[in-house]
Design a protein around this ligand. Structure first.
Ligand SMILES: O=C(O)c1ccc(O)c(O)c1
Ligand SMILES: [Mg+2]
Length: 618
């Protein structure tokens, strides 16, 4: 399908927005009047710029508070309209969006609305313009797309149709099924936006919290499927009012927008299903190569300029250094299926250790990269020595390198073959750590939505509930993404701005390791002389109030310094190590199918982390 985007969705002056939209590969653009009015370019210049960038001007908008008014305001509105038609002629735009009247002066009279819209359409026709009538969810009398359609049908003018906007429809929980009854030629435009479910006033919600499809909670693909069943073949156009996107780099937002549409077309195809009666609708869609869902973690790589403290920590947790890379200053540490790479050669950032890369188990690493590339993720150049196994990698939005691996599979060269694994001591008593449970990545606040879409669309992960966690210095947003079977999980946290002078930088990342006997692991750590993150006594008093686990268990948890959570599936015990540079390690033990991440305990962790000076490194 043709892909468009409204200029309101991006940051910057109009010329820069157009450049970014063109560079991201869009076919068309909705020009917002504000952007044009404020631009130092004539409509003819905007027209020429758009044409140079290969962009059609698909819509000009918005035209407000027109219909169902008394004669005097109608006369004024028609005068306004004539001016808009003249600008549109200069722009070369032929569709004008008219949104439903929000003025208290509007009259609740569909016949009057239809008559006046007919008059507007008649005037528009003289300028070769068509009117797309959109029901705003907060319209005075028309706040529903089917109501707008009834008025359009009543007006019965070839230059008048409806504009459907997924936000206005889905924010009101309207069933989009009835859209299928609207003839395709009367759907003049389709605007798409997603949004997180927020119980708030709909105007405020729409103007500040819209996001690209795949970043929020709406079933946008389901709606598009209904629209395509009508035979609609106009553009899929993103119209996103978002406070953060208004501030973010336009090039990056435009690429994210395009990624959203690619993914949306794919999801729409899924909603349509592979049956003959849906074939015409499906034919309009362009599909990227199918997602290759990771099956687990192959490794995590920590940039460890001063490797000693991290190596010491891993030893205390029961890891063994099992190898060194044949051509790079990278050590392999293993325990069970948990593998940690310490990259001692990484540049000294001044911040100390950091999480640099994640290895994901993929059933087909090359296909994983093709998928990521089709969804506009930067593929990383392969820097490897001649004998090294091929490693396919892409960059996640926050710069974390994601390697697609096939560990120890007979049909695929394994990355572990690049390590001299001569140090594995068979006499070493096995520790309790079994595998990597999850990885938690802190995202810059203005890239959180981009990162969410990346993990959903590129890796095919399922989003979990979005959480807000109190922290002494701010409110932390957190959302987990996992495979259906939960074997591979990533938690994204958004870093806050830190407006206090003394607010610490919390761009921490952490690796959570699964233990089959967490009491033994924390004991092992203490025996090695390494303290875990201390948990205040008050936590255990509160835990006793919230859960009755029996006196004995409560005493043990308190003595060991373990945190506790439960859900309807099972129980969860965990603890943390102290932070080193930008990373810390969490040890977790799941019982009986517990699905969460101990998020209730995150505020305790954050408070404890803030109360401690950072350990000295090196
Ligand atoms: O918020 C608004 O006023 C507004 C304007 C134009 C639109 O297409 C829309 O969906 C909302
Ligand atoms: Mg709209």
């Amino acid at each position: 399908m043709r892909r468009s985007i409204a200029t309101v969705s991006l940051s910057g002056p109009l010329a820069d927005k157009l450049t970014a939209i063109g560079a991201a590969g869009f076919d068309g653009v909705e020009i917002f009047e504000n952007d044009l009015v404020a631009a130092p370019m004539s409509p003819e210049e905007v027209r020429a710029r758009a044409a140079d960038l290969g962009l059609a001007i698909d819509l000009y908008q918005p035209f407000r508070d027109f219909e169902a008014v008394p004669p005097a305001p109608l006369a004024r509105a028609l005068r306004r309209a004539e001016h808009r038609f003249a600008v549109m002629e200069r722009l070369g735009a032929t569709r004008l969006l008219v949104c439903s009247n929000v003025s208290p002066a509007a009259i609740d009279d569909d016949a009057l609305a239809a008559e006046q819209l007919r008059l507007l359409a008649e005037r528009a026709a003289q300028h070769g313009v068509e009117i797309a009538y959109e029901a705003l969810a907060w319209g005075r009398h028309v706040d529903d797309h089917l109501h707008a359609w009834r008025i359009v049908r009543m007006a019965d003018h070839p230059n008048l149709g409806v504009c459907l906007d997924s936000f206005h429809i889905l924010s009101r929980d309207a069933d989009p099924y009835a859209i299928e009854a609207i003839p395709a030629e009367k759907i003049f435009f389709l605007q798409l936006a997603d949004a997180p479910r927020l119980p708030m006033d709909v105007l405020h919600w729409s103007r500040h919290y819209r996001c690209f499809p795949g970043q929020g909670d709406f079933d946008v693909a389901g709606l598009v499927a209904h629209v395509l069943r009508t035979g609609y073949d106009g553009p899929l156009s993103l119209e996103v009012f978002n406070d953060i996107f208004r501030q973010a780099a336009a090039m990056r937002t435009a690429r994210d927008a395009m990624r959203s549409l690619i993914h949306l077309e794919e999801q729409t195809a899924e909603r349509l299903g592979d049956v003959p009666e849906e074939a015409p609708a499906r034919a309009a869609l362009t599909l990227p190569p199918a997602p290759v869902v990771p099956t687990g973690f192959a490794f995590t790589e920590l940039a460890a300029p001063g490797a000693r403290p991290l190596g010491g920590l891993l030893t205390a947790l029961g890891f063994t250094r099992t190898g060194t890379h044949a051509s790079k200053p990278v050590e392999l540490w293993e325990q069970g299926e948990a593998r940690v790479l310490l990259n001692t050669g990484s540049a000294e950032s001044g911040d100390g250790p950091a999480l640099g890369a994640i290895g994901l188990e993929s059933p087909d690493p090359a296909a994983s990269v093709k998928r990521a590339e089709a969804l506009l993720s930067p593929v990383l150049p392969r820097v490897r020595a001649p004998g090294d196994a091929p490693l396919d990698a892409v960059a996640a939005p926050d710069g974390t390198e994601l390697f697609f691996c096939r560990t120890a599979h007979p049909d695929h060269p394994s990355w572990t073959g690049d390590f001299d694994r001569n140090r594995r001591d068979p006499a070493e008593p096995p520790g309790e750590i079994t595998h990597i449970d999850h990885v938690a990545l802190t995202q810059p606040w203005h890239h959180f939505d981009e990162a969410s879409l990346f993990y959903r669309a590129v890796l095919g992960l399922r989003p979990h509930e979005s959480l807000e966690l109190p922290d002494p210095y701010g409110l932390l947003r957190s959302r987990a993404f996992s495979t259906e079977d939960g074997r591979m999980r990533v938690a994204l946290n958004v870093a806050y701005v830190g407006a206090h002078d003394h607010a610490p930088d919390v761009a921490w990342q952490h690796v959570a390791l699964a233990s089959r006997d967490i009491a033994a692991t924390i004991g092992r750590l203490r025996t090695a002389g390494t303290d875990p993150l201390p948990i205040p006594d008050n936590y255990y008093d509160d835990l006793e109030a919230r859960h009755d686990l029996g006196a004995e268990r409560h005493r043990t948890l308190r003595e060991l310094g373990l945190l506790y959570d439960r859900d309807e599936h099972g129980e969860f015990l965990h603890f943390y190590t102290l932070t080193m540079g930008r990373v810390f390690v969490e040890i977790v033990q799941r019982f009986g199918g517990y699905r969460g991440y101990g998020a209730v305990n995150a505020p305790i962790r954050l408070a404890a982390q803030h109360s401690r000076p950072l350990p000295r490194l090196g």
